[in-house]
Design a protein around this ligand. Structure first.
Ligand code: NAD
Ligand code: TYD
Length: 333
């Protein structure tokens, strides 16, 4: 199979490419990535010489580019990981979220139609459903996004739905809970907190740290996307989850305990505007089809902390320059 992975130089996309190249030695992967601040070829250093892998620098907002890659490489399927993904950035500056997440997905749908591809998997988020106090989101829950990020993802997912209904395209849309694991850009809570603590810095916990997220290890997410690429029913939407819910303060306490640090390292800061209280998905539909998570939360989180400890070379250079400017603006420093 010839796969086009968009956004493959980011956190989840790079883990997926590595996973697929190991599992299917005959598959060829084309990675189209714009290399925004979040795209990093260091994430793929170990596979850059793989004969079945090719990196192409480019933008999914450029339809000609997406078409050219599909035409020249006999692409069979597209997995769309490319997106602007950080909620706090979307609050400061939504423009690129609308361009990449909505118009980029539109261009991919047009390519799926034009080249009659076998499958398109849209990698999306449970954040499109909004925020919960109790219960779980099902695939039938209404879209009630609260941030420009989740609204842009929701717009893209609705375009996918319309292309299924109107043009009968072979699209599968996924709504996953939060991922954690190696190679996550250190602006998201987990790598930011682990690396701050390693540097002797405090961790900025929003509000009272009571907001709750459901967590999946990135390799379990890769397994789910691989499963849906091959077995997902065209036109269907699937939630991806584990049932593991944690308050942000609980995650922070795990880090403090693992690193032998005191709760004085927590700095409660101003809350995120429109901060979603809780996400939790019902993923019975995917489980009935035959997928379930394999990784234990405590083990995989410990493994993740170890990875950031062992790979300072990877994150130290990211925590400077542009990143610092952003944080200065965010916290008025
Ligand atoms: P990331 O921010 O680490 O990576 C995004 C990648 O997309 C980067 O490599 C970036 O360079 C690339 N990109 C951005 N704009 C592009 C454009 N216009 N053209 C081509 N490439 C572009 O993101 P991630 O955390 O790996 O998330 C991947 C996908 O998974 C996203 O679609 C996100 O919405 C979804 N998702 C993420 C999570 C999570 O917890 N991280 C949870 C659910 C869903
Ligand atoms: P994040 O990693 O940005 O993912 P998302 O908002 O997409 O779920 O944040 C996870 C949770 O951690 C969320 O409730 C916001 C909170 N958070 C903090 O408390 N401090 C931080 O510095 C960040 C980045 C997030």
């Amino acid at each position: 199979m010839n796969l086009l992975v968009t956004g493959g130089a980011g956190f989840a996309g790079s883990n997926f490419i590595r996973y697929i190249l190991r599992k299917y030695p005959n598959y060829r992967i084309f990675n189209l990535d714009k290399l925004t601040y979040a795209g990093n070829l260091d994430n793929l250093k170990d596979i850059e010489g793989n004969a079945n892998y090719k990196f192409i620098k480019g933008d999914i907002v450029d339809q000609r580019m997406v078409f050219k890659i599909c035409r020249n490489n006999k692409i069979d399927a597209i997995l769309n990981y490319a997106a602007e993904t950080h909620v706090d950035r979307s609050i400061l500056d939504p423009a690129d979220f609308v361009k990449t997440d909505v118009i980029g997905t539109y261009n991919i749908l047009e390519a799926v139609k034009e080249f009659k591809l076998q499958k398109f998997v849209q990698i999306s988020t449970d954040e499109v459903y909004g925020s919960l106090t109790k219960g779980q989101f099902t695939e039938e829950s209404p879209f009630l996004p609260n941030s420009p990020y989740s609204a842009s993802k929701a717009g893209a997912d609705l375009l996918c739905r319309s292309y299924v209904k109107t043009y009968k395209l072979p699209v599968v849309v996924t709504h996953s809970c939060n991922f954690y694991g190696p190679y996550q850009y250190p602006e998201k809570m987990i790598p930011l907190f682990v690396t701050n603590l390693m540097e002797g810095k405090k961790v900025p916990l929003y509000g009272k740290g009571e907001n709750t997220r459901e967590w999946i290890y990135v390799l379990d997410h890769c397994r789910a996307i691989d499963f849906l690429l091959h077995k997902g029913v065209n036109g269907e939407v699937y939630n991806i989850g584990t049932g593991v819910e944690k308050k942000n303060i609980q995650i922070t306490q795990i880090f403090l305990a693992e690193l032998g640090l005191d709760k004085k390292m927590i700095e409660f800061v101003k809350d995120r505007p429109g901060h979603d209280w809780r996400y939790a998905v019902n993923s019975n539909k995917l489980k009935k089809l035959g997928w379930s998570p394999e990784y234990d939360f405590d083990d995989a989180m410990r493994e993740t902390i170890r990875w950031y400890q062992k790979n300072e070379w990877w994150w130290k250079k990211l925590k400077s320059g542009e990143y610092l400017k952003y944080y200065k603006k965010q916290y008025g420093l």
